[in-house]
Write a protein that binds this ligand. Structure first.
Ligand code: SF4
Length: 344
């Protein structure tokens, strides 16, 4: 799928911020674009290094890596800005899809699946957002009252969704009967975990649509089972990532204190990337994940011990109830209380 890439934006940024050396970060799938941008930056007379370190979101800006290689600026490809302020010069190249056709060809199956619904909330991963207005028009012209929500939390675009932030959907929850989330299962499943409204995934890449209820039900059943197992745990490790948008040391320390007060031994484990393979050798009974919340959702199946989110740990300790967490759609929020929720 062809990506919209405006070289003039990069040239202007280079002129304005005058970096001496730029580190170019890209997620898998956009490596070729990183090469093109690297060549372009070099042609402008600026040193360009291309990072092959994994990056999964706008939360993951490689500031330490850039400093290590003497870069004074970063071009981050494939994600929208995540943090309101980053203590480094960063240009985000969102890499949006140019062509509407892969989404347009899903309109008929989507409208068929939406039979019986009238008011539809729309969310999209950032790559599809250029087509938000057209998609809403197409649904509206077929008799649906389609709306997108304003951004908030870590979102900066209307209708945008992230795997850890669905503020744009939550803001219109009272207005809609269901949601259509354009992106992958990853994006749509997250929406189904935080809302009781039905969520239809529309994936233009695979040309698939799917209601997310069954997948969400299975995930929540596993989460509940892991919460029960966590109750037996005595030695617990709290995982903290050093990534700028995931670093939650304050939360980890609060958790440690609460665990100690409740008779548990607790340690904090720090790393850049949290990988199941790198914690598998530890002998703790259970883990609490304060980094990307989707690790606990997507990676739990590869890990035999409970890998709870902070609010799930609070359920296990009897500080709140599972019903309340689900009711308020807080499972992905990195929070300790259902009354004062805090996003990442
Ligand atoms: S925290 Fe996870 S879901 Fe959120 S932007 Fe980062 S990688 Fe994506």
């Amino acid at each position: 799928m062809s990506i919209e890439f405006d070289g003039s934006e990069i040239r202007e940024w280079l002129k304005k911020s005058r970096p001496k050396r730029v580190l170019i970060q890209s997620p898998l799938g956009l490596r070729e674009l990183a090469e093109q941008i690297g060549s372009m930056v070099s042609r402008e007379g600026v040193d360009a290094f291309i990072s092959s370190s994994p990056t999964w979101g706008g939360c993951d800006i490689a500031i330490e890596e850039a400093r290590r290689v003497g870069a004074d600026a970063i071009i981050h490809i494939g994600h929208a800005p995540f943090l309101p302020h980053v203590e480094f010069s960063v240009l985000y190249v969102e890499a949006r899809y140019r062509d509407y056709k892969p989404l347009e060809s899903l309109i008929e199956p989507i409208t068929e699946a939406l039979t019986g619904y009238k008011k539809v909330g729309v969310g999209m991963s950032v790559q599809w957002l250029n087509h938000l207005a057209k998609f809403i028009d197409d649904l509206s012209s077929r008799g649906y009252n389609a709306v997108a929500g304003e951004p908030g939390g870590h979102l900066i675009h209307r209708g945008q969704v992230l795997g850890c932030d669905y503020t744009s959907l939550k803001r219109i929850e009272h207005l809609v009967d269901c949601y259509v989330v354009v992106g992958s299962v990853f994006h749509a499943l997250g929406a189904a975990l935080i809302s009781k409204k039905p969520v239809l995934m529309a994936d233009p890449h695979s040309q698939k649509i799917e209601w997310m209820a069954e997948r969400a039900r299975r995930i929540l059943a596993t989460r509940y089972y892991m919460i029960q197992r966590f109750k037996e745990a005595r030695r617990i490790a709290i995982l903290v990532s050093r990534k700028p948008g995931q670093y939650m040391m304050g939360l980890a320390q609060k958790l440690k204190k609460i665990l100690n007060e409740n008779g548990r031994e607790a340690s904090i484990i720090v790393s850049d990337e949290i990988m199941m393979e790198s914690i598998a050798d530890f002998t703790y009974d259970a883990y609490i994940n304060t980094a990307c919340p989707r690790l606990s959702i997507e990676d739990q199946a590869r890990f035999s011990k409970p890998l709870l989110l902070p609010v799930e740990a609070m359920v296990a300790l009897g500080k709140t109830t599972w019903e309340e967490v689900l009711d308020k759609g807080l499972i992905l929020n990195l929070t300790l209380t259902v009354h004062q929720s805090t996003n990442l």
